[in-house]
Design a protein around this ligand. Structure first.
Ligand SMILES: Nc1nc2c(c(=O)[nH]1)N(C=O)[C@@H](CNc1ccc(C(=O)N[C@@H](CCC(=O)O)C(=O)O)cc1)CN2
Ligand SMILES: Nc1nc2c(ncn2[C@@H]2O[C@H](COP(=O)(O)OP(=O)(O)OP(=O)(O)O)[C@@H](O)[C@H]2O)c(=O)[nH]1
Ligand SMILES: [K+]
Length: 426
């Protein structure tokens, strides 16, 4: 294994910056710069260049092989977090013949190769590093701490028990001993299948939590859509004017709505377009609104009162102060009714988030579906005594599908894709 190094913290001025070195040469290189180090501990040391110049006074942490994040020997240099210090130390490290700059995600890759994390935990870690909201953090933590692997292990244990029962039946089949194990086998199969299906059901919600929900604000020109968006965003993201047809491109604002990641969309006012550009804007507005998770339809107070049915993915809100009917409406100008609108959106999105479990990616869905398909095959064969051999083969396929979840098999082709989303230093 090579020895790699990289800045683990973000670039730019900060209180402290951390450089990680991982691999067999880590301790040797660090001692060359810092002098003798504790074997598995920490110490305050002067880091010197080869010429003897003091580069920084740093906190140096050492981790023994098998007892570090990567599983390889690790040294962490906790530096003063200025650009100049970071550059000086990185420059010194780049001159060390045993070292190479880490690729994106390469520390985590070492952790995977050294069995410190399974593949699903690596995926969870990737999501955790990207998490912007509380719901994203919680979901990533569930997966990073091994939730999917634990479930897969439980299912696998049941399937291996079913396999042993089937094989015992096959062995006894010659001996005229009437052993009917199928009820127990079928019971084990259906238990797994139900649990796996529940996880498949949750992948959609999990993906929404990771990628974010879209909420589109729609309505006629000049209704105050941009005003409402700016109010929600807390900044002037969209242009407000009393000229109808101001907004043309879709304006996007990312926000954290009670822990849920939401992209708000301000769209062109819907009407018969005044010109060609506006027509394009309106077409885009319709398209994006159609794909959004929720549409907030701004209407006049009169229209709101005349009401009527509307699809339940549509939150219909009436403007507050444009008539005197006195009903509680909404205004992006005064903020009236905005907390209620946010509550309504959040509660709808929370409903959509329900069911997210520890299967959170398309890769997980595919593995589970192929496992479920194998279990279905197995069940239909297990019911007929002359197909038990084939039933056992289907079970092996199902177990294999579970193994791909945690990366015990078929890892190589997915690694590139997973690590491409990591940053350098992770
Ligand atoms: N300084 C620092 N902070 C960090 C990390 C890191 O690598 N370095 N992490 C990186 O993502 C996360 C923590 N994850 C870690 C997981 C395992 C070990 C580790 O060395 N485990 C040893 C025990 C070490 C000890 O107790 O001295 C072990 O399990 O044997 C370190 C960090 C977040 N904070
Ligand atoms: N009285 C009142 N005026 C508002 C309110 N919200 C917005 N306005 C005004 O209505 C005009 C249009 O506001 P915008 O937010 O640009 O409307 P829009 O729906 O985005 O308009 P388009 O870009 O044409 O689709 C501006 O002059 C706003 O100041 C409100 O709640 N009450
Ligand atoms: K506007």
């Amino acid at each position: 294994m090579e020895t790699i190094y990289a800045l683990a913290t973000a670039r730019g001025r900060a209180g402290v910056a951390v450089i990680r070195i991982s691999g067999p040469a880590a301790h040797g290189v660090a001692e060359r710069m810092a002098g003798p180090l504790p074997r598995h501990g920490r110490g305050l040391r002067r880091l010197r260049s080869a010429e003897g110049e003091v580069l920084d006074e740093a906190l140096v942490l050492t981790f023994e092989k098998g007892r570090s994040f990567t599983g390889a020997p690790v040294v962490e240099l906790h530096l003063h977090g200025s650009r100049a210090v970071i550059n000086a130390v990185l420059n010194e490290l780049s001159g060390q013949p045993e070292l190479r700059l880490a690729l994106p995600g390469e520390f985590t890759r070492q952790a995977l190769e050294n069995g410190r994390l399974d593949l699903s935990q690596v995926e969870g870690l990737a999501d955790l590093v990207d998490a912007e909201t509380e719901a994203q953090r919680r979901q990533a933590m569930r997966v990073m701490s091994g939730g999917l692997g634990r479930k897969a292990d439980i299912w696998k244990r049941d399937l291996l028990r079913a396999m042993a029962l089937l094989e015992a039946t096959i062995d006894f089949a010659d001996e005229d001993v009437p052993v009917d194990v199928t009820p127990e086998v079928l019971d084990l199969l259906s238990r797994c299948e139900t649990a796996m299906r529940a996880e498949v059901q949750g992948v959609g919600a999990a993906e929404r939590i990771r990628d974010g929900f879209e909420v589109a604000i729609i309505g006629a020109p000049n209704m105050g859509k941009s005003t409402l968006l700016n109010h929600l965003a807390g900044r002037d993201a969209a242009i407000i004017s009393d000229i109808p047809g101001t907004t043309r491109d879709v304006i996007e604002v990312r926000m954290d709505l009670r822990g849920l990641p939401v992209t708000l969309l301000d769209t062109a006012g819907l009407r018969d377009a005044g010109d060609e550009i506006e027509a394009i804007g309106i077409a885009r507005a319709k398209q994006r609104a159609e794909n959004a998770d929720i549409r907030v339809h701004l209407v006049t107070a009169e229209d709101y009162r005349d009401g009527g049915d509307h699809p339940n993915d549509l939150v219909r809100v009436g403007l507050a102060d444009r008539d005197r009917s006195g009903h509680p409406g909404i205004s992006g100008l005064t903020g009236l009714g905005v907390p209620e609108l946010l509550d309504e959106i959040a509660s709808r999105l929370e409903k959509r988030s329900e069911g997210a479990g520890v299967a959170i990616r398309e890769r997980h869905r595919e593995a589970l579906l192929s496992g479920i398909a194998a279990l279905e095959e197995c069940r239909s064969k297990a019911e007929s005594s002359d197909l038990l051999d084939l039933a056992a083969e289907d079970l092996r396929l199902a177990v294999r599908a579970l193994d791909t979840l945690v990366g015990r098999v078929d890892v190589e082709d997915v690694l590139g894709e997973i690590f491409s989303s990591f940053c350098i230093g992770k």
